[in-house]
Design a protein around this ligand. Structure first.
Ligand code: SF4
Ligand code: SF4
Length: 451
C-alpha cells in the first residue's frame, strides 16, 4: 500500500498511469528568455473554453500594448483579448489552430516603438511581488482577473474569473498545480524556478478572492530545484508544498486531488465537487501580474524543445506569435526533425503549418526526430488488457476505441467515453499500436456533434 504523504491525507500518487521517458533534459536548464517583438501577431477570437470574443477594433486602427481588442460581455463564459504589441490592426483573417479548428483572428502589424526585451522582462517578471493582500477586496481581485483575460494556462484555457467567482461553500483548498507531468515540457518548471514569487503572490490573491482556507502547491519530485525555489519563496506564509511521485498523468486535476488529498472527483464532476479549486502555476503567476501590476494576459512562458530543434529554450513570448518565429529563435530545425507538436508527445497535436499563431493555452512546442517516431504498423487487438491496466480513469480503452471506430456511439457512452481525460496512457501501452486516443477523440466529437 502507498505510504501517506507527509502533512497530507493523500499518498503522493494515484492508481495506474505510466512512466514514459521524461526527456526534460533538452530544455530544463535553459532560464526563461524574452523573444523580441515580432513583426506581427495573429490573435484568434477564441482562445478559451466557452464563447468566442467579438472584435472591438477595426482595420487601420492603431492599438497600444495591452489595449482591449476583443470581448464578449454577454457570454457567461468567455475571455477578453488584448494586444501584446504597439501596432496597426489589419484586415480580419481566418486561421487554423493545431487542433484543426478554423476561426477568425485579428492581425496586428507592429508599428512605432516597442518595449525592449529588458522592459518586457522587468514588467512581466522582474521586481518585487507583494505577499500580502492588505488593501484589496475579493471583488476587486476577481475583476482584475476578468479584465486581464486570464484563462487556464496549463492547457485547459477555462476562463479564470469564472472558476473563481461561483466557488461553492464546500470548497476549502486551492491546489496549485506544478506537476508538469507531460514528457519534454519544462515551462512550468522554469516559472517555478525563475519567478517563484509571482506564484506565491498569485496564490495568496486567488485564495483571498475565493475565500478558501488552505493553499497547497503540488510538485513532482523530479523537479527538486522548483521545489526548493517555491519553498524558499513561501517561507513566512502558510502555503504548504506537496512533493508528489513522478508518474504520468499526475498533473491531471483529478489525479492531483487524489494524490494530495485522497479525495475523489466523481465521474463527470468538477474539482469543486471534491472541495478543491485547482490552478496551474503559470495561471497563478498571471493573476499576480494582473492584480499587482494591472497587466493583461499578453504574454506567456512557452517551452520549445525536443531533439528536432537546434537550441531548445524556455521563452517569454507575445500571444499570437507564429510557431515559425519561435522555431527560428531557437536556431531552426535539426536535420532529423520529423514532427512538430503543439504541446507534448502525450497530449499534444501534430501540425505542419508553421504560420499558425500560438494561443493562450499553449505551453509547449515539441519537435520530434525520425528516431522518436519510428512508425510501427497498427495490428489487431490481442486483448492483452494493457490499456485497461494503465487507464487512470478506470475505463476500458479497447472498447472505447472499437466503439468510436465503428461509430457505435451508444456503446461509447455506455463505456463512459466522456470520462476519458485524453491522457494517452492507453495508446502508449498498446502493443498493437492502435491509435486509441485519436479514436476516442473522434468518438467524443461525434457525440458532441449530435447534441
Ligand atoms: S481511455 Fe482516456 S483516460 Fe483512459 S488511458 Fe486512454 S486516453 Fe487516458
Ligand atoms: S492494449 Fe491494445 S492490444 Fe491490448 S487490449 Fe488494449 S487495445 Fe487491445
Amino acid at each position: 500500500m502507498a505510504k501517506k504523504l507527509e502533512q497530507f491525507t493523500g499518498s503522493g500518487t494515484f492508481p495506474k498511469g505510466i512512466h514514459p521517458p521524461e526527456r526534460k533534459h533538452f530544455s530544463a536548464d535553459a532560464p526563461i528568455e524574452v523573444v523580441p517583438t515580432p513583426k506581427e501577431v495573429l490573435l484568434p477570437l477564441q482562445q478559451n473554453i466557452g464563447a468566442p470574443s467579438k472584435p472591438l477594433v477595426k482595420p487601420k486602427q492603431e492599438v497600444e500594448y495591452g489595449d482591449l481588442i476583443a470581448d464578449n460581455e454577454e457570454a457567461p463564459i468567455s475571455a477578453k483579448i488584448h494586444s501584446p504589441i504597439f501596432g496597426v490592426v489589419q484586415k480580419m483573417a481566418v486561421t487554423t489552430l493545431p487542433n484543426g479548428r478554423h476561426m477568425q483572428a485579428i492581425r496586428i502589424k507592429a508599428a512605432g516603438r516597442q518595449f525592449t526585451d529588458e522592459e518586457n522582462y522587468r514588467e512581466l517578471m522582474g521586481g518585487k511581488w507583494p505577499k500580502s493582500v492588505v488593501g484589496y477586496d475579493p471583488d476587486e481581485v476577481t475583476r482584475a482577473i476578468h479584465d486581464a483575460g486570464i484563462v487556464g494556462l496549463g492547457g485547459a484555457a477555462f476562463p479564470t474569473h469564472v472558476k473563481i467567482a461561483p466557488i461553492s461553500l464546500r470548497v476549502d483548498t486551492l491546489l496549485v498545480n506544478g506537476c508538469e507531468c507531460e514528457p519534454y515540457l519544462t515551462a512550468d518548471d522554469r516559472v517555478m524556478r525563475d519567478i517563484p514569487d509571482t506564484i506565491i503572490s498569485g496564490a495568496l490573491l486567488s485564495r483571498f478572492a475565493m475565500g478558501l482556507k488552505d493553499i497547497i502547491v503540488g510538485i513532482e519530485e523530479n523537479k527538486p530545484r522548483a521545489i526548493e525555489a517555491i519553498r524558499k519563496s513561501a517561507a513566512g506564509t502558510d502555503i504548504k508544498i506537496a512533493v508528489l511521485k513522478t508518474k504520468y498523468p499526475q498533473g491531471s486535476e483529478k489525479h492531483l486531488i487524489k494524490a494530495v488529498l485522497n479525495r475523489v472527483v466523481p465521474l463527470g464532476g468538477l474539482p469543486a465537487d471534491a472541495g478543491v479549486a485547482v490552478s496551474n502555476v503559470t495561471t497563478i503567476s498571471a493573476v499576480a501580474r494582473a492584480v499587482f501590476r494591472g497587466m493583461p494576459l499578453t504574454h506567456r512562458v512557452v517551452c520549445v524543445t525536443g531533439g528536432g530543434v537546434v537550441q531548445p529554450k524556455n521563452l517569454l513570448v507575445p500571444i499570437g506569435i507564429s510557431y515559425r518565429e519561435l522555431i527560428e529563435f531557437c536556431g531552426g530545425f535539426t536535420k532529423d526533425a520529423a514532427r512538430i507538436l503543439s504541446g507534448g508527445p502525450m497530449m499534444g497535436f501534430s501540425f505542419s503549418d508553421l504560420d499558425m499563431p500560438l494561443t493562450k493555452g499553449t505551453g509547449g512546442v515539441t519537435v520530434l526526430t525520425h528516431d522518436d517516431i519510428k512508425k510501427q504498423k497498427e495490428t489487431a487487438c490481442i486483448r492483452c488488457g494493457r490499456c485497461v491496466d494503465v487507464c487512470p480513469m478506470n475505463l476500458v480503452p479497447a472498447r472505447l476505441g472499437l466503439a468510436s471506430r465503428h461509430g457505435d456511439l451508444a456503446m461509447a457512452e455506455k463505456y463512459r467515453i466522456r470520462g476519458c481525460v485524453e491522457c494517452g496512457c492507453c495508446a502508449y501501452a498498446c502493443p498493437a499500436n492502435i491509435p486509441l486516443v485519436q479514436l476516442i477523440r473522434m468518438g467524443k466529437a461525434q457525440i458532441a456533434a449530435k447534441r
